[in-house]
Design a protein around this ligand. Structure first.
Ligand code: ADP
Ligand code: MG
Length: 288
């Protein structure tokens, strides 16, 4: 017997690097008319590097990085991995961290040497400090703030590169949908603008919490759009769930994102997504 078109399409998408979870998902993928992208780990490689360590008075670089890494080595976030890596490169000995907590879109916290250490988005940790919290990073880096017992101990600057195939994939999907793409990120406006310019996205929404990403998707849906969300993090799960179709980046994607999504990019190429959309459209023409 010949395979039904949607099953052939699933097999074909799999060969092109996208694991589509069901025939329904395969069909819906071809219906999308708008694409909303996460930034870190989706448009970027997701392996940022710590490029500057800036302590406040009373702390030195090594102490600042030690405290931050002691907390971050418990987290799976791309920022956390890079902070832990920076500490490893400097041979820092990390003290034990207790009572670890992680808040998607905000950051992490733990008790280290009897002090409460928080690491995360400046605008979330110090929402009232207008000057400190909202100044966009002019150089396009991501700034992470470290608080010790509630007071700023310093900042880390991280740089993450766009994926080599991101601009081409964004352009292909824009052509397939005929609609301008949207960037939804929890990161600050400076880092967001930098990546958006590099990949060709004009509609940029920065500083979003996970439920705000989902709300942005629901708003687009209410205006009649069938939204494809592409993301990788725990913070993207609500948006992936709110999407017409959710696609998760598989290699470094969080378990929650992989479970919530309708399809998973297993080859770690963003360019696999437009191929899968095209395969779905062709299959739907055969079904109809
Ligand atoms: P994106 O939407 O770009 O993938 P996230 O929502 O994962 O970004 O993170 C948004 C912001 O929250 C980050 O830019 C960072 O400031 C902060 N953040 C989240 N998790 C962590 C962490 N483990 N360590 C430090 N900062 C974090
Ligand atoms: Mg992400």
């Amino acid at each position: 017997a010949t395979m039904p078109p949607l099953l052939s399409a699933i097999a074909n998408a799999g060969r092109h690097g996208v694991l589509v979870k069901s025939a329904v998902a395969m069909e819906r993928l071809g219906q999308i008319d708008t694409v909303a992208y996460d930034k870190t780990g989706t448009l970027t490689e997701g392996t940022p590097r710590v490029v500057a360590v800036t302590p406040e008075t009373g702390f030195d670089e090594r102490e600042l990085l030690t405290l931050a890494a002691a907390v971050e080595h418990r987290s799976e976030h791309p920022i956390a991995r890079s902070v832990a890596e920076a500490a490893r490169e400097r041979d820092l000995k990390l003290p034990e961290a207790y009572d670890f907590t992680s808040t998607p879109g905000r950051g992490v916290a733990a008790t280290v040497d009897g002090r409460k250490v928080e690491v995360g988005a400046p605008a979330r940790l110090l929402p009232d400090a207008t000057e400190q919290g909202t100044a966009p990073e002019a150089d396009g880096t991501t700034t992470v703030l470290v608080l010790v017992d509630g007071a700023p101990a310093g900042r880390l600057a991280l740089a993450d590169r766009p994926r080599p195939d991101a601009a081409a994939a964004v352009a292909d999907l824009a052509r397939l949908t005929g609609t301008p793409p949207v960037l939804l990120t929890g990161d600050g406006p400076g880092a967001a603008a930098n990546v958006a310019a590099a990949v060709g996205i004009e509609d940029v929404r920065a500083g979003l919490l996970p439920h705000e990403k989902a709300a942005a998707v629901s708003e687009l849906a209410q205006s009649g759009r069938a939204v494809l969300v592409i993301g990788d993090g725990v913070n993207d799960a609500p948006a992936l769930a709110a999407a017409h179709t959710g696609v998760a980046m598989g290699r470094a994607g969080s378990d929650l994102a992989l479970e919530t999504a309708d399809a998973v990019v297993v080859r770690d190429e963003l360019a696999a997504v437009p191929r899968a959309v095209w395969i779905s459209r062709r299959a739907r023409r055969l079904v109809a």
